[in-house]
Structure formats: structure tokens, C-alpha cells
Design a binder for this molecule. Structure first.
Ligand SMILES: [Zn+2]
Length: 593
């Protein structure tokens, strides 16, 4: 099977390492010059001068984007090659220098916007309106330049070290588990592979071992987590945020009203999730699921294989039939060798899509094995790519920073459209069942399990606020409470699984709190959109493309409004639930045939 490797040479004038290192140095110098040129002048700017500065900064970013992309992508493609390591490190160092050089300018701009907020609505700045709005909202929470510098310096050797300690410690743990009659000692990465083992006893033993091993280090996990949570709460108070949630709402560009409506609908529909778990138990021939069965493979699921050519045709025609222009961009990704799908030693695992704004294009990385999951991953990443093709054609560089809540629109829609096509082509009920179960597995994970992880994280802050002790036992109790609400009486779970919170790295990301809800948001948002597509047919397509083209030029609520949706109303989110119900009804009717 010939699987493509990408061609990165278009990103740079020369791939000679010495040339690239000199260019990175030039980049740092150019940014330093740019910052020196504007330093101390912003407070006197009129709209035209502010526009010149923002355009100048965009130009600079576009000029050096290719080399930054190149250094980071060759590293993902080969993480053991000394040259790619060297270039990636040089790129990280240079980017840190750029960040430092530009930080003071950011604070100056923030202070100016607080003093003269009316400038944001000046017609001269129309292309930067929403970008400036976001800067202005964040501005009132910034401290002085010196204070910000001290925090940055102290965090380097403080909270960020703690944040990394969790993953380092977890990666050194050994998990003892009996597989096929043999006791084995596995790393966390190795044991994860057995969580979806077809053998039920193996899966149970794996979950038991994970919980048991995590519990041994409860003091470490809870001390790190409590410190990160307490640090975030203290910083929010210092920065005058109304709650620990507020900075993430600003970063994700959503309102609290929209999030409240979303979470209300998630909680009101939890029975839908439990109903699916009962159906899943039936499919596995069980009376009731254990938490170790939630992602178990279905017995008799066909193990279809797809050549690269077949995957390519499936994904291309999925987008092409939805809309010719999206099909054209998908084709462009294939024809220009923008995909690295080969399996190689040293290559990064997983999959991603990276936008290249200056080239109005994107690069995709995945490891293609020929299974249905790999075709699905290709459709997902292609959704990100066509999204990038759309907004990089319409927006300036500053408006190409799409928030997490909107970033998954193209990719999740692509997965649903692919599922549509596969359902039409399926030749057996076993095949149809596995397609529908895959959709509902993804849906219940993102909407309910991750949704309730948001509720868990909120309860950590509430506990601290009430002055209660947040030790391992308390954190586990809060985790259990949140999980119980998702599982109800539909799922049994192992006592030791109450330590599961300890293994998720995102609970410990110092800079990123409340990591889960954007995924809940994105999943239900796209299910609601797909529901509209099914109601409206071709009429829906131009509106959806408008959303993809908008990049980050408007807020999520504004974009939704333009599509005739009100994301602050529960009715909108309920549409997504109705769509999931439809899939479940379809699954049950196939099971009864
Ligand atoms: Zn994605």
C-alpha cells in the first residue's frame, strides 16, 4: 500500500539547517526592532496608526510563519533525527524570545484600549474589531508590566514545573496486570492499549491495575492538583476575575449564558446517555456495562480494510458531495502532498492538522493503518484543513486564531458526513451497527463524560472556596459524584476507578483550566448543525461555509446568530440531543431486525 509522505519544501526558501538557523535569528531581530519602534508610542495613536501597527505585526508573522511551521513539522515527522531536534529547539527558543520582545507591546496596547475603548468601533479598524474587543476585555485583568514579568519568571520554576511533574511521574509508574495468564509490568502508554482489549477479563484487570497503582501515589497527585487549583483561584482573585471560570470564557470566546444553557441541556438529557449504555450492554451480551466496557469493541464487528486510494476517494467524495468548493480544497491537500500518513519509527503518534496561513493551506499528520478508524481520522483532519482553506482566504492573520469551541466545526461535521456515506455503502447490519456505535461512543464521551468532568472541576474550586480540605479522598469523592450522575444505574464501576482523575494530564495544565467544556460545546454544537443540515438540505451549506470562512473575526454567539441560531437558548442545544436520539433509534431498529 503506497501511503504518502508530505512535502514541506514549499514552506521555506532553503531546507539547509544553517540557513534556517540564521533565519530564526533574523526573526528574533525583526520582532525586537518592531517592538522597539512602537514602544512608548501606542498611547498617542489614532485609528490609522493603530491599524498600521497591527498590519505590520501580521505581515511579520506571515513572513516568518513558513520557517516556524517547517521546524515544528519536521520534528513531528521524525522526533529522533538530531537535525530535526536541533531545529525544533532553535525554533522554540526563538519563539520564546519573540514572545518576550512583544509582551510589553501587548500590555501597552491593553492599557490604551482601556483608556480609549471607543477606538475599537472606528471604521478604519473594522478588520480588527473583534480582535481588539477581546484584547480590551482581557486588558482590565492585566497587572503592571513589572508584576507580569515577575509572575512569568516565578511560574517558570513554580507552577509549570509542578504541571510537568504529573506526566513525568506517571510515565515512570509500572502497572502490574495479568494478560493471557501472565503477569506483566507495563508503562501507562502500554497499558492504555489494553483498555479496549476484546477480552472482558483483561479490560477489567487493566482498569483495576490503573486505579490501584494511582492510589499508591495519592499524596503526590492531590498535592499537585490542589496547588494548581489554588494557584489559579488566587491569580483570578488578584486579576479581579469574577470566577475561576471567567478567563477561560474569554479565551474560548463564549458567554457564561451560552455555557449555562449548554450544561443545563447536558444535565437534563443524561438519561439519553444511560439509555445508550444499556443498548451497548445488550450489544456486548451483558446485563450491565462495567466502566471497563464503555469502549469495548463489538463482537462480530467487521474488520474492513481500506487502501490509501480507497480512503482518499471516500474522504474526497464525502466533502465534494457536500459542497464542490470544499471538495476542491480536499483535493488540493492530496494533490500538493500536504499529508504525511506513513507509519515510521520516530514519528509523532496521533494525528493533527496545522494551518499555514501564508500558503492559505494546511498540513495533516496521521499514521495510516488501513482500518475504518484511520479513514475516520483522515476525514476529521481533512475537516480542519478545509476549514483552514476557507478562513485563510477571507481573514487577516489576527483573525485566524479560531477558538476551541469553533475549531472542531469542520472536523466533526466531516466525521458525520463520512458516517452518512458509510451507512449508505454498508452491506451488512453488523457494519451499520458499528458505524452508529462509533458515532454514539464519541458523542457520549464528549457531551456527557467530558461535560460532567467540567462539573467535577467546578466542584474543586467550590470546595476550596468553602475552606474545605482538598485531599486525595475528597477529590476522589467529587470525581465519583460527577461520574455517578453520568452512569446512573446503567454502569457498574470499580471502587478503585475513583482515582481515575489522577491520570488525566489536562487536570494539571497550569495555563489551561476547564479543558473539557469546549469539547462538549463543539460536539453538541456540530450535532445541532447537522440536525439543521438534515432539515434544510442544500440550503444549509452556504451558511455553514460562512461560519468556516469567518475564522476568529466574530464571537461564537455572533457567528451562530448569523446562521439563525441562539446558542444562549437551551432550544438550540436540544436539537443536538434530538439528533443523537435519532442515531440511537436507528441503532435499536437495526438490532431488532
Ligand atoms: Zn480535531
Amino acid at each position: 500500500m503506497t501511503v504518502p509522505q508530505w512535502n514541506l519544501s514549499e514552506l521555506v526558501e532553503s531546507t539547509e539547517p544553517q540557513y534556517l538557523k540564521t533565519e530564526l535569528k533574523n526573526m528574533v531581530d525583526s520582532y525586537q526592532k518592531f517592538a522597539d519602534n512602537y514602544r512608548g508610542r501606542i498611547s498617542e495613536f489614532d485609528a490609522g496608526e493603530l491599524r498600521d501597527m497591527l498590519e505590520g505585526r501580521d505581515e511579520l508573522a506571515l513572513h516568518y510563519e513558513g520557517i516556524r511551521e517547517y521546524c515544528s513539522l519536521i520534528f513531528s515527522a521524525d522526533m529522533i533525527d538530531p537535525t530535526s531536534n536541533e531545529l525544533n529547539n532553535a525554533h522554540i527558543r526563538a519563539s520564546t524570545e519573540v514572545g518576550k520582545a512583544m509582551a510589553a507591546l501587548g500590555i501597552e496596547l491593553a492599557q490604551f484600549l482601556m483608556k480609549s475603548p471607543e477606538i475599537i468601533d472606528d471604521p478604519e479598524l473594522a478588520d480588527y474589531r473583534h480582535y481588539l474587543e477581546k484584547q480590551a476585555r482581557a486588558a482590565s485583568h492585566l497587572l503592571s508590566e513589572d508584576e507580569e514579568k515577575i509572575i512569568m519568571t516565578k511560574d517558570q520554576n513554580g507552577i509549570h514545573v509542578l504541571s510537568r511533574l504529573q506526566s513525568k511521574w506517571l510515565s515512570t509508574r509500572s502497572f502490574e496486570v495479568e494478560i493471557d495468564g501472565q503477569t506483566r509490568s507495563l508503562s501507562i502508554g502500554e497499558i492504555y492499549a489494553y483498555m479496549h482489549d476484546p477480552e472482558r477479563m483483561t479490560r477489567r484487570a487493566v482498569y483495576e491495575s490503573i486505579g490501584h497503582t494511582l492510589k499508591q501515589d495519592e499524596i503526590l497527585w492531590s498535592d499537585i492538583l490542589r496547588t494548581i487549583v489554588a494557584d489559579h483561584a488566587a491569580m483570578c482573585e488578584l486579576r479581579d476575575y469574577s470566577s475561576p471560570l471567567e478567563p477561560t470564557l474569554l479565551a474560548n470566546d463564549v458567554s457564561i449564558e451560552a455555557l449555562d444553557s449548554l450544561m443545563k441541556v447536558v444535565q437534563d438529557n443524561v438519561e439519553l446517555c444511560q439509555k445508550f449504555f444499556r443498548v451497548r450492554a445488550q450489544l456486548l451480551g451483558l446485563n450491565r456495562l462495567g466502566n471497563w466496557d464503555l469502549r469495548a469493541p463489538l463482537p462480530n464487528a467487521p474488520d474492513n480494510r481500506y487502501t490509501w486510494q480507497e480512503a482518499k476517494e471516500l474522504v474526497f467524495s464525502t466533502y465534494h458531495d457536500f459542497d464542490h468548493e470544499l471538495g476542491k480544497w480536499a483535493n488540493d491537500v492530496f494533490e500538493r502532498d500536504r499529508i504525511d500518513a506513513q507509519i515510521r519509527r520516530g514519528k509523532r503518534t496521533g494525528a493533527f492538522c496545522s494551518t499555514w496561513v501564508a500558503g492559505r493551506s494546511a498540513f495533516i499528520l496521521q499514521s495510516y493503518n488501513g482500518r475504518l478508524n484511520d479513514v475516520n481520522t483522515l476525514a476529521h483532519e481533512m475537516g480542519h484543513a478545509v476549514h483552514a482553506y476557507m478562513y485563510t482566504r477571507e481573514q487577516n492573520y489576527s483573525n485566524c486564531r479560531v477558538s476551541l469551541c469553533i475549531a472542531e466545526c469542520g472536523s466533526l461535521m466531516g466525521e458525520l458526513l463520512l458516517a452518512d456515506r458509510l451507512m449508505q455503502q454498508a452491506t451488512s447490519n453488523e457494519e451499520r451497527k458499528s458505524i452508529l456505535v462509533k458515532i454514539l461512543d464519541g458523542f457520549t464521551l464528549a457531551v456527557f463524560q467530558e461535560g460532567f468532568r467540567f462539573i467535577f472541576e467546578s466542584s474543586l474550586y467550590n470546595t476550596l472556596e468553602m475552606g474545605e480540605e482538598l485531599d486525595g479522598a475528597k477529590i476522589s469523592e467529587l470525581w465519583r459524584l460527577a461520574q455517578d450522575r453520568v452512569y446512573g444505574d446503567a454502569v457498574d464501576w470499580l471502587d478503585n476507578s475513583e482515582w481515575d482523575w489522577a491520570r488525566f494530564p489536562h487536570h494539571y495544565f497550569a495555563g489551561t483550566r476547564f479543558y473539557n467544556y469546549p469539547y462538549t460545546f463543539a460536539q453538541l454544537f456540530v450535532f445541532s448543525l447537522y440536525h439543521m443540515y438534515k432539515e434544510q438540505g442544500a440550503k444549509f451549506v452556504p451558511a455553514f461555509k460562512k461560519l468556516l470562512s469567518a475564522g476568529s473575526s466574530r464571537s461564537t454567539a455572533e457567528l451562530a446568530n448569523e446562521l439563525g441560531m441562539d446558542i444562549e437558548s437551551p432550544d438550540f442545544w436540544q436539537k443536538g440531543m434530538e439528533q443523537a436520539k435519532k442515531f440511537l433509534v436507528e441503532l435499536e431498529s437495526i438490532m431488532n431486525q
